[in-house]
Write a new protein. Structure first.
Length: 356
């Protein structure tokens, strides 16, 4: 799962696009119980679709078959903490295991319920490491404690050997390598934006700082020569740098909200945030991971109601308004940050920095 996959999953689908989310148990001993629970959820999907006048009988069978196919791709004997299944009437289906708990629910809409995938992706820090040496630049794909070399988009990059007889040739070659690395990294970040750690000796990092543009967010540095450093060692060296970056980022979220409040570019609470998000004005949406809110559309307005997602039925029901706001913010080019439950206690669990 990466930024490209998540972006594609957020796109509108043919109704009914069905999402099934279910908490699972680690360990093979509980797999049987999870299988029974999943079978009951698929029975609920069929019952809900059959009761919905907007869904043709043939579409019911296609969606359920798609969910069954997706379930078959998920090995519950090696489950993590949550299972997410998607299916549409045109045969599309997906299955994801994620390493954070989800609330059990069935969502029927024109889009998939991707909020838990986004939260899981946000919870598992992803980053790039650009490793620089005299004549080489390597890009590493980091996800939590896992690190793998990115071999594409022009990486790894090897510079040609310089004419050692010409004064300044080695320095000129190195600057060209870094310049090419910056351009290629910027292209990668255009479709998969992440913070970047720069690994290299001081003079290599100095050249990078000089040539890098503002679209590259430097999360930190791993000092030293790492041209031949194994991935596992480089990942270990990166962890304290990433932890420091995440701590600062969480504090910065609250500071950003307070600054936006002073500039009258701040909104908090579900209804106020919903109005601004749907107008395309949310620049940065901040939401607690465990916040869900079903709602009903009435006279052009969305009114939150009490109850768990999926408890209400009807054409005007929004299973989870928070999920819709997350997806709408992203579609308008905004940023979404998930924080721990209780972190936004003074902001009514959801807040936004608005563009104007």
């Amino acid at each position: 799962m990466n930024a490209v996959t998540l972006s594609d999953l957020r796109k509108p689908r043919t109704f009914p696009a069905v999402s099934v989310l279910m908490p699972t148990h680690r360990g093979a001993r509980r797999a049987r119980a999870d299988q029974i629970r999943l079978r009951n959820l698929l029975t609920e999907v069929r019952r809900r679709l059959q009761a919905d006048a907007r869904v043709a009988p043939g579409a019911v069978d296609e969606v359920v078959r798609g969910l069954e196919a997706a379930a078959g791709e998920a090995d519950l004997r090696h489950a993590e903490d949550g299972l997410v299944l998607f299916a549409t009437p045109d045969g599309e289906h997906h299955a994801f295991m994620i390493d954070q708990p989800v609330d059990e629910r069935v969502v029927v809409d024109t889009t998939f319920a991707t909020r838990d995938l986004l939260a899981a992706d946000a919870r598992r820090p992803s980053y790039w490491i650009l490793s620089l040496s005299d004549r080489c630049a390597r890009l590493w794909d980091g996800r939590d404690g896992d690190l793998a070399e990115h071999t594409g988009d022009g990486f790894p990059l090897d510079g040609e050997a310089p004419d050692e007889q010409r004064p300044g040739a080695a320095e000129e070659r190195h600057r060209q390598v870094v310049r090419d690395a910056v351009h290629r990294l910027e292209a990668v970040l255009t479709r998969d934006a992440r913070p970047v750690l720069v690994a290299g000796v001081t003079r290599h990092q100095a050249v990078f700082d000089e040539l890098a543009g503002p679209q590259i967010t430097i999360a930190g540095r791993v000092d030293g020569a790492h041209e031949g450093t194994p991935a596992a060692v480089l990942a270990e060296l990166a962890q304290p740098v990433l932890h420091a970056y995440e701590d600062l980022r969480e504090v910065a979220v609250l500071a950003e909200l307070e600054a936006a409040r002073g500039l009258q570019r701040y909104a908090a609470g579900l209804q106020e945030v919903a109005r601004l998000v749907e107008a395309g004005r949310a620049e940065h949406l901040v939401v607690e991971r465990g916040y869900y809110a079903p709602a009903v559309r009435t006279d052009g307005e969305v009114v939150p109601v009490d109850g768990p997602p999926g408890a209400l039925r009807g054409a005007d029901v929004v299973d989870d308004l928070v999920d819709d706001l997350i997806e709408t913010t992203l579609e308008y080019g905004g940023e979404v940050t998930f924080v721990s439950d209780g972190f936004l206690v003074d902001h009514d669990r959801i807040a936004a920095v608005v563009r104007f």
